[in-house]
Design a protein around this ligand. Structure first.
Ligand SMILES: *Cc1c(COP(=O)(O)O)cnc(C)c1O
Length: 356
């Protein structure tokens, strides 16, 4: 369900497909997250969406930005000189290890040795890849990320005056609710580190967008667990996903072997999220069209790409006519910036920002 402001804006765009970002809604959402977190620090994981307009809104609320490449680092430090930056990511180059930072998230003993070889000063959090049960996660971050307890033990004697150990970093899994995250945090915080970055991965539901992560419960839980320690989190998706919309128009409606399809301008080369996650992207059809259509029956919404993977949503009971406006919701994170824009050389969407 979209609000009246987004609906009005979507139907008065000069051209579609287009992205529409609701900046006041983002501002309000991040302010409420910030309030719920109390003393815990909030960084935004820039990889979820590096759009400068969104970052400007976020910068008014967050304590810093988490970046995972030299490119993100350059982007953020040029927009917000002096804002704390935590630099992470597997496979950092020597040039990346030399970048100025508030915290550097070191991912392996060899990476730490390369950092020491630069001779530069650094404030390090060791990224632990803990062996914890993350049931129900959409994506567990096991595999090559961070190091196990042995890797951490190998790192500990290497620290000194210039390269200082500040604490632990971890990013447990993606798609966890507040209770699950707190249970995992409780296990991790059993270790004696002054500073712990618990990562991101707060759940969002594409199937039930109104079901939101319980920031109040998470903030209260962190306050109880923190006790004298410096706690930090770095969510991406759960901060920006709700403020973005991909607006397009139905260009054809047809029935093939009994199945009804609505074909919209653009496609998953602009909004890859449903293809990568294999879900139905939530959407609203605005009846702006007068063309032929199908009414109140299961319709599959596809884009203009010549591949069967170009599907936004399957068999959703609704009505669609040629000329109708379709507003795909939850397109504010891992959407445009993870998509394969040049595939088939269709025109790129324009970007619009609601400011009040
Ligand atoms: C991707 C990532 C995040 C953000 O994850 P979300 O699921 O978008 O909240 C935070 N920290 C690290 C290390 C990541 O890789």
């Amino acid at each position: 369900m979209i609000g009246a402001r987004v609906r009005d804006a979507a139907t008065s765009l000069p051209a579609v497909p287009a992205y529409l970002y609701d900046l006041p809604a983002l501002d309000e959402h991040v302010a409420s997250v910030r309030r719920a977190l109390g003393a815990a620090e909030l960084y935004y994981a820039v990889k979820a969406n590096p759009d400068a307009e969104l970052l400007r809104v976020l910068a008014g609320h967050v304590d810093g930005f988490e970046v995972s490449s030299g490119g993100e680092h350059a982007h953020v430090t040029s927009l917000f000189p002096g804002m704390p930056v935590a630099l992470g990511g597997p496979g950092k180059t020597d040039a990346e290890l030399r970048l100025p930072h508030h915290r550097l998230h070191v991912e392996s003993p060899n990476e730490l040795r390369r950092l020491l070889a630069t001779g530069l000063e650094a404030d390090v959090l060791l990224r632990l890849n803990p062996d914890l049960p993350a049931e129900g996660a959409a994506l567990t971050m096991s595999g090559p990320f961070g190091m196990d307890e042995e890797g951490v033990a190998e790192c500990l004697p290497l620290f000194g005056e210039r390269v200082r150990l500040r604490g632990l970093h971890t990013h447990l899994a993606s798609g966890l609710d507040a209770d699950q995250l707190l249970r995992l945090a409780g296990i991790l915080l059993g270790a004696a580190y002054d500073e712990v970055n618990l990562g991101g991965g707060m759940a969002v539901s594409y199937a039930a967008p109104e079901r939101r992560f319980d920031w109040e419960a998470y903030g209260a839980g962190l306050a109880a667990l923190g006790r004298g320690r410096r706690l930090r989190i770095e969510p991406g998706r759960a901060l920006t996903v709700y403020c973005g919309f991909y607006v397009t128009r139905v260009v054809d409606v047809k029935r093939v072997r009994g199945e009804a399809y609505a074909i919209v301008l653009g496609g998953t080369h602009h909004l890859r999220t449903p293809a990568t996650k294999g879900h139905d992207q939530p959407f609203t059809v605005l009846s702006t069209g007068a063309g032929p259509g199908v009414a109140d029956e299961p319709i599959t919404f596809v884009g203009q790409l010549c591949t069967p993977k170009d599907v936004f949503a399957r068999n959703i009971r609704t009505t669609a006519r040629v000329g109708d406006t379709v507003v795909f919701e939850m397109a504010g994170a891992y959407a445009w910036n993870i998509s394969h824009h040049d595939f088939l050389m269709h025109p790129k969407p324009a970007f619009h920002y609601l400011r009040s």
